[in-house]
Design a protein around this ligand. Structure first.
Ligand code: MG
Length: 227
């Protein structure tokens, strides 16, 4: 049994603005250095607030500006999958890999961007935005699996499935993916964003200029997961 776990933003998508930042901007908030947006992020990173508190405070701000589901759909429709994604998912499934997404994005956005490619995924793990029947935001349920949670996901996944760490590849691009290696899995960094790409403990292979996701297929072989 073997598995590939993908980050979403900047890994499976063409580089675009962070979904959360886009929502804040879309609702007319300032996203500068001294903004409420920046302060909440800073409070989370410095552990003054938990991930769920961050989500709750974000939700409160969004509701104050009348956040509606259409904002999410608009952002999703501007997000494009990286070239070759469909072929990679199809190839990996044929080769017997289970495929997963572990992301700090929002499940409904990920599903909308993936379109028919949703069928290739055994699980999609991300934040959940709940709306009422008129599309008004009610609640943000934070994912347990962002930042340090990315390693936690792989740990729990190993226990649940019995798949050995050496048979799991985590593919990511950012600082929030850098915990994954702690689970013992293989790690592949593509198009590094704020990832510490020269750190070979965190990232076993780094690919700087990936314009087509098919470029990762030989690297999965090189990481020891034979296809
Ligand atoms: Mg990312």
């Amino acid at each position: 049994m073997k598995s590939v776990i993908f980050d979403f933003d900047g890994t499976l998508t063409c580089k675009n603005s962070n979904v959360w930042k886009s929502i804040w901007q879309n609702l007319g908030f300032d996203v500068g250095k001294n903004s409420h947006y920046a302060k909440l992020y800073g409070d989370f990173i410095s552990e003054k607030i938990t991930h769920q508190q961050w989500c709750d405070l974000t939700c409160e701000a969004f509701i104050s500006k009348g956040m509606n589901k259409s904002v999410l759909d608009e952002i999703a429709d501007k997000t494009k999958l990286i070239s070759g994604a469909h072929e990679v998912f199809e190839t990996l499934k044929k080769e017997g890999f289970s495929l997963h997404i572990v992301s700090g994005n929002i499940i409904s956005v990920i599903e909308r961007v993936l379109g028919e490619n949703v069928k290739f995924f055994d699980s999609i793990n991300a934040n959940v935005l709940q709306f009422d029947e008129r599309g008004r935001l009610l609640h943000i349920q934070g994912t347990n699996y962002d930042f340090a949670g990315k390693a936690r996901f792989v740990e729990e996944f190993k226990i649940k499935t019995g798949i050995l760490a050496k048979n799991i590849v985590f593919v990511g691009n950012g600082g929030n993916d850098e915990w994954a290696y702690l689970s013992g899995c293989r790690t592949l960094c593509i198009n590094p964003d704020d990832a510490e790409k020269s750190n070979s403990t965190k990232w076993h292979i780094v690919l700087n200029d990936v314009s087509d996701l098919k470029q990762i297929l030989p690297e999965i072989n090189n990481l020891g997961l034979k296809m």
